[in-house]
Design a protein around this ligand. Structure first.
Ligand SMILES: C[S@@+](CC[C@H](N)C(=O)[O-])C[C@H]1O[C@@H](n2cnc3c(N)ncnc32)[C@H](O)[C@@H]1O
Length: 509
């Protein structure tokens, strides 16, 4: 095919997501927890994102890692232009963006990378491009370097494969824009289900999925269900492909998977412990969990850390709360039961972090090895559940503050026009935290020196509602009292955390 899109949907915009799994501190923690030596997340990293989409995450990584050299490519020129515009508006000099295909990118004069990340790429490209990606990693990843690779996997997607094929075929036979063809395809396939197609009777999850698609955003549906290329893969096959680039699977970036007893029964744990072939063991694990999506971290030459060095590195790692303590639920649910967050090691960790970011050294009360492991496990679970985030060392906070602040100014300014960039950048975390648009509007008002930020946000939302109404679209106008109450809640609950993350100034006493 001579069209650069190669069947890739290019006329429906893709969400400008932020993915914390792509950030160096998160990746380093996932490896450290497993006892594998990670690259130093605050060092002079050479970092590369393949298929960066709109590039929000690589912008966050570049802004919060001023020492790093960040390279990113996406063959969609609109996405690449958007990524570059964000870096230019924020004045982030250490991000280089390209609109090259993987093959074109490989031909450029590139450094040898310490970290290569690909999110939502590997099962969405043709086999020949997967091969180019493997070649790229083999030629461009430094030894000791790491790769983050997420992909749709089997067996979880197996019952959905025919549904997806049907939707695609129907869409290809329909006319109009991608959006119109999606609508027609959904209606056609719903019609087949209503005619008593035995496939839907035999595969309840496919019927449920067909219903669920109607509730998903059109952008997500377009890219997940209507791209021509969509290949869920067995981990076994991915691991073999990565082996060709001299990589070994080292850890999951889905941190809940680090705690076996929460995911598998005792018998299941015993069964997979007896499988020597690591890639097959992971694949059987996916069968036990009916896994649909994997977030794998591979290493080129994994180095197992001595117990004492792992301990030292973890003790020096800093963590921060990202959800106010009073909003954290009493327990978190996993396939094999609940883990208590309001008692035991998790509660102690949360209590220790309430006043601000702390290293693990500051969170433990004794030199007892058992307490250390319990706290590490609690942190793995809390970070995995998105209640706590890994932070970079405090010594670099000031050096990271300026670029993070500039990027946040751009993010806040963009909140005026829409809700695309849904996170603010933290020099403390070396990443970003999700924050509602309304809260971003309060902060934008504040940055403009206004004291009544609730009225400022209300005026913007009212203007939008009026514009929609004029276009004949349904609108639910905002309530001024509701916004005022949310502004007060924001001050009490969110602001103290944002101050801990270095995103807003702390309130002086
Ligand atoms: C599912 S999207 C994921 C985007 C982004 N990583 C994210 O998760 O938000 C896949 C991306 O890969 C890009 N892409 C697909 N094939 C490519 C190729 N051969 N070379 C470069 N980019 C490609 C697409 O333009 C698209 O932005």
């Amino acid at each position: 095919m001579d069209d650069w899109t190669e069947g890739y949907i290019a006329d429906v915009d893709y969400p400008q997501g932020y993915y914390r799994e792509l950030t160096p501190p998160f990746l380093a923690f996932a490896l450290l927890a497993k006892g594998i030596r990670p690259p130093n997340p605050s060092g002079k990293l050479r970092y590369c994102e393949l298929g960066a989409g709109h590039g929000f995450t690589c912008n966050v990584v570049a802004a919060t890692h001023p020492e790093a050299e960040v390279w990113a490519t996406d063959f969609n020129p609109s996405f690449a232009a958007n990524a570059r515009r964000l870096a230019e508006s924020a004045g982030t000099p250490n991000l280089k963006v390209f609109d090259s295909s993987f093959e074109e990118f490989a031909a450029l004069d590139l450094p040898s990378f310490d970290v290569i990340v690909l999110h939502g790429i590997y099962s969405w490209v043709m086999a020949e491009h997967r091969k180019s990606i493997v070649d790229f990693i083999r030629d461009r990843l430094a030894f000791g370097g790491i790769v983050y690779l997420s992909y749709n996997c089997l067996p979880g997607w197996a019952p959905i494969l025919p549904l997806r094929r049907l939707l695609n075929e129907m869409a290809q036979r329909a006319t109009g824009t991608t959006d119109e063809r999606i609508e027609k395809a959904l209606t056609e396939v719903e019609g087949l289900a209503a005619l008593g197609a035995a496939y839907f009777d035999a595969n309840a999850s496919a019927r449920a999925q067909l219903g669920a698609i109607r509730q998903m955003t059109r952008e997500y549906v377009a890219h997940e269900y209507f791209n021509r290329i969509w290949t869920p893969l067995y981990h076994l096959d991915v691991a073999r492909q990565m082996h060709q680039a001299k990589l070994t699977f080292a850890a999951s970036a889905d941190l809940a998977h680090h705690v076996e007893r929460l995911c598998l029964t005792e018998e299941q744990q015993k069964r997979i412990a007896g499988i020597d072939d690591l890639a097959f063991r992971e694949t059987v694990r996916d069968v036990f969990l009916n896994q649909q999506f994997r977030k794998d971290i591979f290493v080129r030459g994994p180095e197992r850390l001595p117990v004492s060095e792992r301990r030292e590195l973890l003790l020096a790692t800093r963590f921060a709360l990202v959800v106010p303590c009073n909003l954290i639920e009493a327990s978190a649910e996993y396939p094999q039961g609940r883990y208590s967050l309001d008692s035991g090691p998790a509660a102690e960790v949360l209590g220790g972090l309430a006043a601000g970011p702390r290293t693990l050294t500051e969170l433990i009360s004794s030199a007892d090895a058992a307490e250390f492991e319990r706290k590490v496990e609690a942190l793995v679970i809390l970070v995995g559940a998105g209640r706590v985030e890994v932070a970079l060392p405090a010594a670099g906070d000031a050096a990271r503050a300026e670029r993070a602040k500039r990027l946040n100014q751009v993010i806040l300014e963009r909140a005026r026009h829409g809700d695309q960039l849904q996170a603010l950048v933290s020099p403390v975390l070396g990443g970003a935290v999700r924050i509602d648009r309304l809260h971003r509007l309060f902060l934008l008002g504040e940055a403009q020196g206004l004291s009544d930020t609730a009225s400022f946000a209300y005026a913007i939302l009212m203007e939008e509602a009026a514009a929609k109404k004029a276009q004949g679209k349904p609108v639910r106008p905002p309530s001024p009292l509701g916004i005022l109450m949310l502004a007060q809640k924001f001050e009490q609950e969110q602001r103290p955390l944002l101050a801990q993350h270095g995103i807003v100034e702390p309130i002086s006493a």
